[in-house]
Ligand binder design. Structure first.
Ligand code: UTP
Length: 476
């Protein structure tokens, strides 16, 4: 008890010295177990406070600064219909297939976010996206990996990044589902770190009488977590030197796309990015550009006219390369960025509604943003890359993220896009879908493209069961 007391005083001093004494506001009302638990959190946070104070100050002031950067477009390997080089695409695909066949590629999904806009209870990866079954995002993605591994004749390891907000539920989900048929030793689940939230004045927020509010440190935290968790060492032991990176909310993901991996390989780049063509200057998507001479992302809020609406001689937007957060990294680059994370991956603030105690000590959910979550962005690694490859893809084939509960990028809109993709594959493969079929579900382990559908050698959807199922009604 005496030790707890002296430790308590030193912890109290650290928080007071950084203007955060209010975290002890309810201390006297806490019982012994609550004090012990809370002190453990405060003890963990105390050494981070100096960096946190500086980081949140910088992040909050960034919100009101107008960036004055020199922008220039970057070379993009465009789609063939926009003048892209088909033979180069073909060589890239072959180079990527070689990388996959020689076991040099790992798949990384970032699944540590809290999915606040979607408002789903539980990790977003558990969200049921199967139109006929309750197949989750994780399950669908596992099917893709199983299929890919089968084609390669060897497993392709899957690294699943969670956060303290999603870790235990994600692990339980994988266990309960028998790892969706993957070998548990080929799935590594690891957690990113959290960072304390800040109120609008830049102070720590009390989420409860005995808890400081923290949130996952952004998808950019993955680059650090890969090192700290030992995932990168695990990859090295397996002879892996490429990481295919994607976000858990996209069921259209073209898993470990050899085209992206191979383009990076033949261009000798440390990082590669997929982009989609922005047609409307007002579209809310960040674009890849050269920013003050280095590769980077310009957020839609940061690009102003005239650059925003600038048109080239062919009538296309000059800054059209919309970032969709699908990347490939060399592992050496990830290690280098992680080692310099404080300099390369600054925290960004975004205003959010954060649960907070009121003066009576009750936790309440505010109606308006009352603070900031602080996040690192994975694309902040871009300027540090020696070379960056950029590949244009079609959103209808590769990108439909579930972000919102309703409207654009919602479960309804994404299910429609998935359904359209299935119908496109089947039509290209000459598989007839009777008019009454409202809903289709495809097992991605067996069919993950039009070419796969063709290899089934069937003309009617009924003959492709159970790999392809159609129904006249929606799932109940
Ligand atoms: P988003 O920024 O869209 O966040 O994450 P989100 O958590 O899914 O949703 P909102 O903003 O709370 O509504 C894009 C991807 O990055 C992951 C998410 O899990 C998602 O796959 N992510 C985000 C992390 O892994 N960790 C984070 O700290 C933040």
């Amino acid at each position: 008890m005496a030790q707890l007391g002296s430790d308590l005083e030193s912890v109290r001093r650290v928080f007071a010295d950084h203007g955060q004494a209010h975290v002890f506001a309810f201390w006297d009302q806490l019982d012994a177990p609550a004090r012990r638990g809370y002190l453990a959190q405060l003890r963990r946070l105390a050494p981070m406070l100096p960096d946190w104070v500086a980081g949140r100050r910088r992040a909050i002031s960034e919100l009101t600064q107008v960036k004055q950067a020199q922008l220039a477009p970057m070379p993009v390997e465009a789609l063939p219909e926009f003048g892209g080089n088909e033979p180069l695409r073909e060589s890239a695909r072959l180079a990527g297939e070689d990388l996959l066949a020689s076991g040099r590629v790992a798949i990384l999904v970032v699944a540590g976010g809290q999915g606040t806009r979607l408002g789903f209870q539980g990790p977003k990866g558990a969200f049921p996206v199967g139109p006929l079954t309750d197949r989750s995002l994780f399950h669908l993605q596992a099917q893709k990996i199983l299929g890919l591994s089968r084609k390669l004749g060897k497993p392709i390891p899957w690294y699943v990044m969670t956060s303290p907000a999603t870790d235990s539920e994600t692990r339980a989900l994988f266990r309960a589902a028998g790892f969706f048929g993957l070998k548990p030793s080929d799935v590594m689940i690891f957690s990113q770190d959290q960072v304390p939230c800040s109120d609008l004045e830049g102070n720590l927020i009390l989420e409860g009488c005995d808890r400081v509010a923290e949130s996952p440190n952004g998808h950019g935290g993955s680059l650090v977590a890969l090192v700290e968790s030992g995932a990168l060492d695990d990859m090295a032991r397996r002879g892996i030197d490429r990481i295919f990176y994607y976000q858990v909310d996209n069921p259209l993901i073209r898993m470990a796309d050899p085209l992206l991996l191979g383009l990076q390989e033949i261009q000798g780049a440390e990082m590669a990015c997929k982009v989609i063509r922005k047609r409307d200057p007002q579209e809310k998507v960040g674009v890849l550009a050269r920013v003050d001479g280095r590769a980077g992302i310009v957020e839609y809020t940061e690009i102003q006219d005239p650059e925003k609406s600038q048109i080239d001689s062919s009538g296309e937007l000059v800054f059209w390369a919309g970032n969709i957060a699908i990347h490939s990294f060399s592992t050496g680059f990830v290690r280098r960025v992680a080692e310099q994370a404080d300099a390369l991956l600054p925290y960004h603030a975004s205003a959010k509604q954060i649960r907070q105690v009121n003066s009576e000590g009750q936790t309440v959910a505010p109606d308006e943003p009352n603070g900031y979550k602080l996040e690192r962005f994975v694309f902040d690694a871009l300027p540090a890359a020696d070379r960056v490859s950029i590949l244009e893809v079609r959103p209808s084939e590769e990108f439909a993220p579930i972000k919102n509960a309703k409207g654009k990028d919602s479960p309804d809109s994404v299910r429609k896009e998935l359904d359209q993709q299935y119908r496109d594959w089947l039509s290209k493969a000459g598989v007839a879908v009777p008019a009454g079929i409202q809903v289709i579900e495809i097992d991605h382990e067996y069919v993950d493209s039009a070419e796969d559908a063709l290899t089934l050698g069937v003309n009617r959807i009924e003959d492709a069961a159970p790999m392809i199922q159609g129904s006249t009604g929606m799932r109940v």
